[in-house]
Write a new protein. Sequence first.
Length: 224
Amino acid sequence: MPQAGPEVDAREPRRIGPERHGSEKLRHGIRRGSELELAGYRSIWRWASRQPYVPEGASGFSYDKPVRTILIVFIGLSAVEIPVIDLLVHGIPWLRWPFIALGVWGVVTTLGILLGYLTRPHAVGPEGIRVRHGGEVDIDLPWDVVASVERRRHALTDAPQLSLTGVGDEQVLNHVIQDHSEIEIALEGPTPLRLPQGEVTVSALRISVDDPAGFMDAVRTHIP
């Protein structure tokens, strides 16, 4: 878990995991890229088999609306680009096939990101809250670890989609889409969570939800 010293502003979002340099940073980047790509392929399969990942008896809540249109436009433009490039380099096989392969890979990768959001929404149900982000992050919060849930907007400018604020027992995990979150989940105490970037211990989570009012209505059916 990252430790914040006196020189760190606890209010500023910081990335999860230790600072890496040189070959270690390169190896970590390759590993994370591979994990993200595999997660994208799993999301495409889940969408194709019509199996959105919402626990039985739970309600799903999307969080990707601010970026959904951007991703769809990017996928469409990338798909159109493939035949255009093919037309331009059709007579040069050593250029044609690598460009086509790169174009298809770009479309599939972006599609995997989009479908990761669509097939793995946040969920509120009898067992608790599931906090998701794409095909990788799935945080299980049983009701007995949840102290309270409030609708509270927090702005975190230029923050990564997953970040930490606060220090020690006041550390918070932030899940933001376009620099803000809508729901704050306070936990009964410091709780360890396993993330792709490593394990963190937090006392609260702030998450983005497209329908915060509906999310709160679902929460109220399970806790006062």
